[in-house]
Design a protein around this ligand. Structure first.
Ligand code: SF4
Length: 379
């Protein structure tokens, strides 16, 4: 099989809705303040982009991210899903929409349900008032609890909540309170992120300082221990789920599979091309969607495969790797020393980074790439 051509395999779709009701102090995502006139022009252009690129393949996951897709009003949501109905879905598809607690209500949730959304992903980040002040976010615990109950009443059981940690001023006890809150709410997927202060964000402009690195590491391993003790699988470096509630869409990324990216600032990977759309609203509205693209060579593909697969607890499946690339992984990488040093494990046909080394994953990936051998497609 030619690994370059996955055209007949069902694909995934990412759709970016950039509008937000307010802007968070740490946000580096592609976003803009909600404005009804802009939303209408944006959705029209999104429809044109999809019409110009989508080739009619079966779609197994759709992820509507942002921005805050739930900031759209009911008419705009109806239009968005009219556009989405152009995709031909697999029977057991997953369709996620990102929401904020303050912009979701019973009418919007019922509409999502009617259009076949089966997974919700909420940005919560923290429940501590001082931390929320730093992040320029406002949701109260009471509001979050009420909205999660509402989602469940309307029939959404597959729910992710994003949690941010390692914010200067936070301690382990505050982090534990956030985790207890989510555990008590019976949330079945939690994505965790240590705060990164990106350039040109309000936090960077205000010279906000990072937390001590040792505390950052302690928090990472505390979350790991606490959530695993409470029935979650730590299945990816930043992600935890109850059995059967892993994010099918994000697994597509980590398994190095192809996906469409539509919308402002969206990224995609189709027919061996990785591309990013423009972040300029005006260019996007003028139909100049794409900003840059890169052809993924056979060598690049192998490196992406290793780097992305190793983010997963199960790591690289050796048999699948050989089927995809025609040779054993040891043909391309020399990794014996990493195993001797305890930085990699090989077991049951899988190669993976042991959990206790996940905090230093990036440095391990650099070492693996240093052991790259046999470049070039010589077979
Ligand atoms: S809601 Fe999300 S996308 Fe919007 S400003 Fe906040 S972090 Fe950024």
């Amino acid at each position: 099989m030619d690994v370059f051509l996955e055209n007949n395999i069902s694909k995934s779709v990412y759709i970016h809705i950039p509008f937000c009701m307010s802007i968070c102090s740490y946000c580096d995502f592609c976003k803009l303040l909600y404005n009804k006139k802009l939303v209408i022009s944006y959705l029209r252009q999104l429809e044109k982009e999809i019409d110009s690129k989508y080739k009619g393949e079966k779609i197994n996951t759709i992820y509507i991210g942002g921005g805050t897709p739930s900031s759209l009003d009911l008419d705009e949501i109806n239009y968005l899903f009219k556009i989405i109905s152009k995709f031909s879905l697999d029977n057991n598809y997953e369709e996620t929409i990102e929401c904020n607690f303050d912009s979701i209500n019973s009418d919007k949730l019922k509409l999502f349900k009617k259009y076949g959304v089966n997974r919700l992903s909420f940005g919560m980040e923290s429940t501590n008032k001082n931390i929320l002040n730093i992040l320029d976010r406002e949701e109260s615990k009471e509001e979050i609890e009420n909205k999660i109950r509402l989602c469940k009443r309307i029939g959404f059981n597959n729910i992710n909540v994003d949690l941010m940690y390692a914010i200067n001023g936070e301690d382990l006890n505050m982090l534990k309170n956030d985790l207890d809150f989510l555990i008590d709410l019976d949330i079945n997927h939690i994505s965790t992120y240590s705060l990164i202060i990106e350039n040109n964000t309000k936090l960077a402009i205000n010279n906000f300082k990072y937390i001590d690195q040792e505390l950052d590491s302690d928090m990472y391993y505390f979350i790991d221990m606490y959530l695993r003790d409470n029935g979650f699988n730590h299945y990816e470096i930043s992600n935890y789920s109850k059995d059967g509630f892993e994010s099918k869409h994000n697994l597509i990324y980590w398994r190095n599979k192809e996906y469409y990216g539509f919308g402002l600032g969206a990224s995609g990977y189709i027919n061996n091309i990785r591309y990013s759309n423009t972040r300029s609203f005006n260019k996007y509205i003028d139909g100049l969607y794409e900003y840059e693209s890169e052809y993924v060579s056979f060598d690049d593909l192998i490196e992406y495969e290793v780097i992305l697969n190793l983010r997963l607890r199960c790591g690289i499946e050796k048999k699948a790797f050989k089927e995809k690339f025609g040779k054993d992984i040891s043909y391309f990488f020399k990794y014996d020393d990493l195993i001797k040093d305890g930085l990699l494990c090989e077991n049951g046909g899988f190669i993976y980074i042991p959990l206790e080394k996940w905090y230093i994953m990036n440095s391990i990936l650099v070492k693996i790439m240093e052991g790259r051998i046999n470049y070039g497609r010589d077979f």
